[in-house]
Design a protein around this ligand. Sequence first.
Ligand code: AMP
Ligand code: GLY
Length: 310
Amino acid sequence: VGGGGREQAIAWTCRQHGHDVRLAPDLGDASATDTDLVIPGPEAALVAGTSDLAAERGIPCFGPTASLAQLEASKSYARDLATSLDIPGPAFARFDTADAAETWWRDLGKPVVVKLDGLAAGKGVAVPDTEADTIVAIRDAAASGPFLLEERLYGPECSLLVLCDGKNAVALPLAQDHKRIGEGDTGPNTGGMGAYAPAPVAFTGDELIDMFVRPVLDHYSTVGTPYVGVIFAGLMLTADGPRLIEYNVRFGDPEAQTVLPLLDCDLAELALACSNGDLSAVPVVVRPGAAVAVVAASAGYPDAPTTGAT
Ligand code: AMP
Ligand code: GLY
């Protein structure tokens, strides 16, 4: 489900293994007799209940339910959950008004990042460099709805994409995406202008799973709603160790375009095994080498992109 670069990469890798893949904006009239597996691409499809609908129709689906997609759809929910599970992250607080946020920021006495609480396609985050810009960012956010302030962390980022079957978790090669629109890491944040994998990180995928993913999987399993799909932990590798920036409930875009071509195994079989609750049935094999993706964006992106160009 979906039609962007990430979904093309998912389709491409499945076709490499002989699967007949159809890209569609939603499930349409797909049924268990004509569709063996659904892989939702965008978070919006998951939040809209694609996995719940697939389950109703008896179609295996590699993605969490709408309820579990809150892990991405609400940044305050994700931060509260991570804090309750002792997952390392920045100081944060949720606000409805600019005044309360400014008071918290001044009390914190450190640079902050301003984030809309809800989904914003990777564009709801401001990383202001000056006091004046911080105040503007807080006021802009307050005008759009509930928002978070987070202590600003520093360090290289990495994207940990993990296949989950409800209890087992396997990391794909670590990727790094580049968020700022401009050359030299300048300008506003975007959903990601490019990525490469594997990223040189001093931790293994398994170590990072133990810190950032296992507690979440165990939690959902314990409360009776096992998580099936990708858990994508955006991490910052600070001088004090890795810290959680955010969770996403899907493959990264453009991370998928770099990570999936490195797989030397059948993604569709892996995804199906996850939806059957038995990821251990299919080994994840990664080929040597590296992959890089560069995003070509429409003029005006990210603020006001022109659409419909051919
Ligand atoms: P998010 O949508 O939460 O992943 O944030 C988008 C981008 O903003 C991240 O990839 C980081 O580059 C930056 N960012 C988010 N939170 C923080 C933070 N607490 N400290 C520093 N940078 C951050
Ligand atoms: N590239 C970051 C994301 O997919 O959220």
